[in-house]
Design a protein. Structure first.
Length: 103
């Protein structure tokens, strides 16, 4: 696959933008239970005031769940893009569409 990207230099598996194409496909589930949700997600490609909201949770118990959502720690410890992607790629994003003005 030929990609002209300033981030990945034609190696999309390590690219923060194109790398997602190489992860496992999304799976839709109806019910989910987790130890603790490490982060709340609010954002969207939708037209404002429509936004996606949800909880991003690990699918199973992890030793240090706090590390999944602490960018200041990642920066202080010089985490690479690949390390951050590996931390966050397995989080389950339970999202739904909402109106930001009603939140």
């Amino acid at each position: 696959m030929k990609i002209n990207c300033v981030f990945c230099s034609n190696n999309p598996k390590t690219c923060p933008i194109h790398g997602i194409k190489f992860f496992l496909g999304n799976k839709e589930i109806k019910e989910f239970s987790s130890v603790s949700p490490p982060t709340v997600f609010i954002g969207s490609k939708l037209k404002y005031p429509s936004v996606n909201i949800g909880v991003m949770s690990p699918p199973e118990r992890v030793e240090d769940p706090w590390i999944l959502d602490i960018p200041s720690y990642w920066a202080q410890n010089n985490f690479s893009i690949n390390q951050i992607i590996n931390l966050r790629r397995n989080l389950i994003n339970s999202r739904k569409k909402a109106n930001a003005r009603e939140l």
